[in-house]
Ligand binder design. Structure first.
Ligand SMILES: Nc1ncnc2c1ncn2[C@@H]1O[C@H](COP(=O)(O)OP(=O)(O)OP(=O)(O)O)[C@@H](O)[C@H]1O
Ligand SMILES: [Mg+2]
Length: 215
């Protein structure tokens, strides 16, 4: 199964989400390869830090750019899961990858600037879906406020907004803004390997919602 963690907004939490999904799927007994398709190499650097810290389990990494569709197809034959981290813009890697992917997980914050980029994503993916009708686009509400006073309202606004995009499915699982997500990155770890129970629970919820029933 090929999953692209992608959207058209920089800093939406793509790489962070990719690190957490990759570790979660490996811990669940899957053969996983991650393709870093972003010239900034953030995912590859995280893998380097993970190796330096001898953090187990190891994460298998490939780096591919430009037209990545054939590479993804070949990897899909060998692994249970191919997880692709792309750049935060309208990238060639997102588009070529989407022509062969099963799902795109699109992290978005509940801010107008993030959400505005969804219209652009919808336009791009309309064309891609003609070539790849099985492609599903799952919007992940990321870096949501953990403040109980604004939490519910923010989520409601997010749900309302995503309703305008019938091609996109909104995931029930929600990620919140938590310092532990930042702290895990230089250690080469997933939040599953840190001590914050709430973050562990939200990543497990995300991975269960998206991947349960799929090997
Ligand atoms: N849930 C979270 N809580 C707090 N900080 C977060 C969370 N998720 C990501 N971050 C931080 O937000 C910043 C952007 O995250 P990340 O690099 O994962 O986004 P990205 O979408 O991959 O960015 P780019 O478009 O540059 O590739 C980083 O500093 C990261 O540590
Ligand atoms: Mg990134």
């Amino acid at each position: 199964m090929i999953s692209i963690i992608g959207c058209n907004k920089g800093g939406a939490g793509k790489t962070t989400t990719a690190t957490n999904i990759a570790v979660a799927l490996v811990k669940r007994g899957n053969d996983v390869v991650v393709v870093d398709a972003d010239a900034q190499r953030s995912f590859a650097k995280w893998v380097g830090d993970r190796e330096e810290q001898n953090q187990e389990p190891g994460i298998t990494l490939m780096e591919k750019q430009d037209n990545i569709s054939q590479s993804l197809k070949a990897l899909d034959d060998k692994y249970d899961h191919v997880i692709v981290d792309v750049a935060g813009k309208n990238s060639r890697e997102l588009i070529t990858g989407a022509t062969v992917a099963d799902i795109i997980i699109a992290p978005h914050q509940s801010s107008q600037l993030d959400l505005d980029t969804l219209s652009e994503l919808e336009e791009q993916l309309k064309v891609v879906r003609d070539l790849n009708p099985k492609l599903e686009i799952l919007v992940y509400h990321a870096m949501a406020s953990s403040n109980p006073k604004v939490r519910e309202n923010e989520r409601d606004e997010f749900i309302e907004y995503i309703r305008e995009f019938p091609d996109f499915k909104l995931l029930t699982a929600t990620g919140h803004y938590r310092k532990v997500y930042k702290d895990a990155i230089p250690l080469g770890r997933s939040v599953l390997e840190m001590g914050n129970k709430q973050a562990i629970e939200e990543i497990n919820d995300l991975v269960s919602e998206v991947y349960d029933g799929v090997k």
